[in-house]
Design a protein around this ligand. Structure first.
Ligand code: GUN
Ligand code: FE
Length: 417
């Protein structure tokens, strides 16, 4: 038994966080046993890791990002989606045919996630099976868990296009080699409908069913993309049906963006148990739009946050949270206040518990969850004009934290920073 002490900030619902000031998390074998305001008698002799007066947040879940775009972080954001892919992205991802390059980039990528408090991810790699395995190794080494997918794309892929046969062979070889990982698992990754032939989508749908694998892709991010999908699949009234037709739209499928999904498409997300990964920084950077996050959440869509690097330029999920709030304020302005903006507490829920549910967790530091936590030291932030409440400090930390404020990180029950 081990105890962690500090100001515990839990996102138990889409709303205000629960705060336990200088409380205790009891952990045994990496699993949370309980949260206590006062030290229970039974635990009196247990060792305490004391983060008194520090903020103890839940570990962050980045539910959509492209590890192979880490080298273009902060670059090339002057084009809309389809031109951005052709001009910059596919060229960047093609570099991952070089395994030594992949090792260097993915090592720094995995370390950057941990440094910023991201303990779980759902990541795209590139089309390369070997580089994908390297990414999984580096995440496991750093202590990050989650899902990683080798990208499948056999049309409109520029430098990254595979033949259907090569894509199948590479995917099976990659899946066969994944057994050695314990905390990083494979997820099938058709890039998006415009990148995949009907044969590709059908083969992946059958594979998902046969092997019980989850699926991640993109949906209704950009208007030109949606028009292209209409031309490619005239039989489908809506974009989501191009996935559903092939068995790629089911429980625990992740669809990034859904910026332009209307109520009918949102209803399909709800009906099928699909997670919408909202990526606000990316949506602004490549001019995709402002997703109706509050409306989606209120209607029952399962929404969680993603950085979508390198469409998004912010890897730290605290930054993605504030990007999410800003995007929601732009939407509030554009709708004349009809869509109210998100609070820090709501964005925190989307960045933690909403994604953690994907991995089987209950919200907050719930008993039975493995410990995923981030300790924030805000002592270097400006001194207030009066003593701040813990809630105020938490809200400020969302805006002002950087890598140096992240004093400790626990991933999957172990200290990883
Ligand atoms: N749609 C298909 N591929 C991508 C990608 O790499 N990034 C984003 N933002 N959207 C995509
Ligand atoms: Fe993406």
């Amino acid at each position: 038994m081990q105890l962690i002490r500090g100001h515990l900030i839990e996102a138990k619902r889409f709303g205000e966080p629960d705060i336990t000031e200088n409380g205790y998390i009891a952990v045994e074998g990496g699993v949370i046993k309980g949260v206590y305001a006062d030290l229970p008698e039974a635990y009196a002799g247990a060792p305490v890791t004391d983060y008194s007066d520090r903020l103890v947040l839940q570990g962050f879940c980045d539910m959509h990002l492209h590890a192979s775009q880490f080298p273009m972080l902060g670059m090339g954001m002057d084009l809309p989606l389809l031109d951005w892919l052709r001009t910059y992205t596919f060229k960047t991802e093609a570099r991952f045919a070089d395994e030594a390059y992949a090792r260097r980039v993915y090592r720094r990528f995995a370390d950057a996630l941990v440094s910023n408090g991201t303990t779980r991810v759902c990541a795209f790699s590139s089309i390369h099976a070997d580089a994908t395995l390297i990414l999984m190794e580096e995440l496991e080494r750093a202590g990050v868990s989650g899902f990683v997918g080798k990208v499948n794309m056999d049309r409109n892929g520029g430098e990254c296009e595979e033949t259907l046969e090569d894509s199948k062979r590479g995917t099976l070889r990659w899946l066969d080699a994944c057994g050695r990982f314990s905390s990083v698992r494979p997820i099938l990754t058709p890039r998006f409908t415009p990148s995949c032939s009907d044969g590709m989508l059908a083969w992946l749908g059958a594979l998902a069913r046969e092997r019980g694998l989850f699926v991640q892709s993109h949906l209704s991010e950009n208007r030109a993309e949606i028009e292209l999908v209409k031309r490619l699949h005239p039989d489908c009234a809506q974009y989501w049906q191009t996935y559903e037709k092939y068995g790629l739209f089911s429980d625990h499928t992740i669809m990034a963006h859904c910026v332009h999904s209307d109520e009918r498409e949102q209803d399909a997300l709800i009906r099928h148990g699909v997670l919408c990964a909202h990526c606000p920084d990316s949506n602004v950077n490549i001019c995709s739009g402002f997703a109706p996050v509050r409306r989606m959440a209120a209607r029952g869509v399962w929404v969680a946050l993603g950085s979508d690097i390198a469409g998004g330029a912010e890897l730290p999920m605290l930054r993605v949270m504030t990007a999410c709030i800003r995007a929601s304020k732009a939407r509030a302005v554009l709708t004349g206040g009809a869509d109210a903006f998100l609070t820090v507490g709501e964005a925190y829920y989307l960045a933690t518990s909403a994604g953690a549910r994907y991995f089987g967790d209950e919200p907050g530091f719930a008993p039975g969850n493995r410990l995923h936590a981030v300790v924030i030291d805000d002592s270097g932030m400006p001194e207030g004009v009066r003593p701040l409440t813990v809630k105020e400090r938490f809200e400020r930390a969302a805006y002002l934290s950087n890598e140096r404020s992240v004093a400790a990180v626990y991933g999957n029950g172990k200290r990883i920073k």
